[in-house]
Design a protein around this ligand. Sequence first.
Ligand SMILES: *Cc1c(COP(=O)(O)O)cnc(C)c1O
Length: 359
Amino acid sequence: MAGSRAKISIDLDALRHNFRQVRKAAPNSKVMAAVKANAYGHGMVKVAQALDEADAFAVATIAEALTLKQANISQPIVILEGFLDLEELTIALEQGLICVLHSSYQLDLLEKNPPSDLTSDLKVWLKLDSGMHRLGFPLAEAESVQRRLQRLAGIEMIGWMSHFSDADDLNNPKNRQQIADFQQATQNLSGERSLANSGGILGLPESHFDWVRPGIMLYGSSPYADKTAEELNLRPVMCFSARMVTVNHFQKGDSIGYGSSWECPEDMAVGVVSVGYGDGYPRHAAVGTPLRVKGQKVPLIGRVSMDMVTVDLRTQPDIKTGDEVMLWGGGLSVDQVASCASTISYELLCAVTQRVERE
Ligand SMILES: *Cc1c(COP(=O)(O)O)cnc(C)c1O
């Protein structure tokens, strides 16, 4: 639609290209693609349909898992937070959803409500805490937790999972420590193993084990602070664009926007672009954050408002009302925008709001 003020378009070929980079980096591992949070804002069902070569999908919540089921996604669906209560456990069982067990309250619940009277087993991963200190059983309890699980009927344990805390920084020695500790805690126990997120997949081959769990790299953003997506041969999947609403001409000393925080250093053209934090453009994007018009970068000036942002058009005298403005994707890396807004691409990709048209 020509008239849309802010829109995202999703490049499913780029998504499949990025999936092939996962296979290339970890050729001997199965792939559990992370599609939680609406596939990092890209549209969970369409992404899952496009990734028909994935061996499984990982979501955060039961509701997300049910959405995939209702869309007839046939691969196994893993709920990373498992179930919180009996109601969720029952749904997981009935729908054949795979649960991650990370805490003893989940084992208590299973012991009080053994799933044995149902026709199919409840499939589970056991999550170990190798240093993230968020979810997971202590490494030292691995064996006892497995024994506790084995006493229950109606459960099929797939394997062991853990999560990196610092894989965005390959030089951090914590990564190797986590790999070694996870390896050691599970080496004499039965079950498959899974540790690597995108950072581990592309930079820590010893972390690949039986299953890898890519998220951000599928969407074409770099998992590392010091490497670009381009250097990693990843292609951006989301393109976020808006339009030039108007081009104003102000005089030296005129201030722009809320708080009058930016002053024109000379007589100049200022563009108003049809996107703001109400669309998911980050309010904390600093002055100088690049936007792209006609293949050229222009810097953000003033504060981001709810529906609009302002840009310095001194280098772009030919821009007109209605012209397309790229916010990220389309030659402008989301990682760069994230860095200008003191955040990470994950947050920006997830934050695009309902108001934005989707293509
Ligand atoms: C989100 C998530 C992933 C994917 O992480 P990326 O850094 O996006 O690759 C993998 N494992 C778990 C447990 C997750 O929550």
